[in-house]
Write a protein that binds this ligand. Structure first.
Ligand code: PHE
Length: 436
């Protein structure tokens, strides 16, 4: 049943671009700057970088390794390891279905802001505008579904004609726009205060909760912990060099997140605004700044198109993870798998899009549905799935025994870290971080 011909990336570069497309998303442009703003700027950046290059790089390599080695979807990978483990694969799929349910809502906000910039709609007060927009029972779900349809449209066209092509166009455009905007904001008056906020750490602000949030953000931004990388890795050729590819991926993801900060904070400080504005930073603070800049409309359009490219290329990888699983596990055609998943995601994402409107409330552990999905996926499901991936690769697969390599000692350390160090760190952070 699983013998159907699997698609493959046309080159390693295509894989790298698509994986950067998956990694660089709302996590970098929307979430990273506002969380960094809330948790003290430079010190958060420092902890985040430390976590990425010590802790997160190993599960990143492990996930790609699983994909490349087994050439299967995440559920079948776990099944191939041990039938009893398939539950962990399905937990990844649950995560891959739940993340889009709030991610696509933000995608809808972006589409709405692209529309405002295109039509030159004059908004006097973005605080009022944004609050009214997210409350709207029609407009808000409309834009969310529109974003879902665009994502589905690309995924439906398959790995080479859809995913690869979209990434090849959008990611270079993304990098160019980001550079132009960062140079522009760096030239605003008092821009250096923004840089100081980003690069001058105050270590007295470190605490467990902050480290958990930084870890959740690091996993989220690298797309670790739900099988997206296993999925993309499964389209790699057997001789691909995954360790090198993982470093390239982590490097670019971090670089682009830092650049996004460099694009945002100098502007925020230049106008004397609050860096800790939370999720509103991009949707209230930034448009307010654009309003006062020369060619503000054009800048605003570039800014939201930039975020749109980032969001949709990640959205595609989120969807592809469950699409591939449905194709291979239930022997469905791509079209049918896409259709069924669109139905399931719509059922949850429409109520989620009403979280600040008619379904507003704090019924879910003090959160509304949107906040609950964001918190539960980034801070519970992703770390938990990552823990399982590390344990399975470290204890069961043992790459050091499998890979014939000149640098065996490297893989011995790698194994040791996967078996003991990373699980202990993950469990400790989850325990203390969730306690508050
Ligand atoms: N990495 C993406 C971002 O930063 C989100 C994502 C998470 C995508 C998990 C795929 C899997 O926005």
């Amino acid at each position: 049943m699983e013998e159907r011909k699997r698609p493959q990336w046309s080159s390693s570069i295509a894989f790298i671009i698509a994986s950067i497309g998956s990694a660089v998303g709302l996590g970098n442009i929307w979430r990273f700057p506002y969380i960094m703003g809330e948790y003290g700027g430079a010190v958060f950046l420092f902890i985040y970088l430390l976590l990425i290059f010590t802790i997160c790089i190993l599960p990143l390599i492990s996930e790609l390794f699983l994909g490349k080695f087994f050439q299967k979807n995440i559920v079948s990978v776990y099944e191939a390891i041990d039938k009893k483990c398939s539950i962990f694969g399905w937990l990844c799929i649950v995560t891959a279905i739940l993340i889009p349910c709030f991610y696509f809502v933000v995608g809808g906000w972006i589409l709405n802001y692209i529309y405002i910039s295109l039509t030159d709609l004059q908004v006097a007060d973005y605080t009022v505008y944004f609050a009214d927009f997210v409350k709207s029972p029609l407009l808000q779900p409309f834009y969310t579904i529109l974003f879902l349809i665009l994502t589905v449209g690309i995924t439906y066209r398959g790995v080479n004609k859809g995913i690869e092509k979209a990434n090849n166009i959008m990611m270079p455009a993304f990098a160019v726009i980001l550079l132009i905007l960062a140079i522009y904001t760096l030239n605003l008056p008092n821009a250096s205060r923004g840089l100081e906020f980003m690069f001058n750490p105050d270590f007295s602000k470190v605490n467990m909760k902050m480290i958990l949030i930084a870890l959740g953000q690091a996993l989220f931004t690298l797309s670790i912990g739900m099988g997206a990388l296993t999925t993309y890795g499964s389209y790699l050729k057997k001789d691909a060099k995954i360790v090198r590819l993982s470093y390239v991926l982590a490097f670019f993801d971090t670089l682009l997140a830092v650049l996004a900060g460099i694009m945002i904070f100098p502007a925020v400080f230049s106008f004397g605004l609050e860096p800790g504005a939370g999720p509103n930073l991009v949707f209230i603070t930034m448009p307010h700044i654009f309003n006062q800049l020369p060619f503000g409309n054009l800048i605003s359009l570039m800014f939201f198109v930039l975020i749109f490219f980032a969001a949709i290329t990640s959205g595609i990888s989120l969807l592809e993870t469950s699409v591939l699983t449905f194709i291979e596990k239930f022997n469905m055609s791509r079209g049918k798998a896409v259709l069924v998943l669109t139905g399931i995601i719509s059922l949850i994402t429409i109520p989620t899009s009403l979280s600040y409107g008619i379904l507003n409330g704090t019924a879910l552990c003090g959160f509304n549905l949107f906040e609950f999905l964001d918190f539960a996926t980034s801070n519970i499901l992703l770390p938990f799935n990552t823990l399982i991936i590390c344990l399975v690769v470290g204890w069961v697969i043992k790459p050091s025994n499998m890979l014939i390599t000149k640098r065996r000692w490297c893989f011995k350390i790698f194994n040791f870290a996967l078996k003991y160090i990373i699980p202990i760190v993950l469990i400790t952070l989850m325990y203390f971080g969730l306690e508050g």
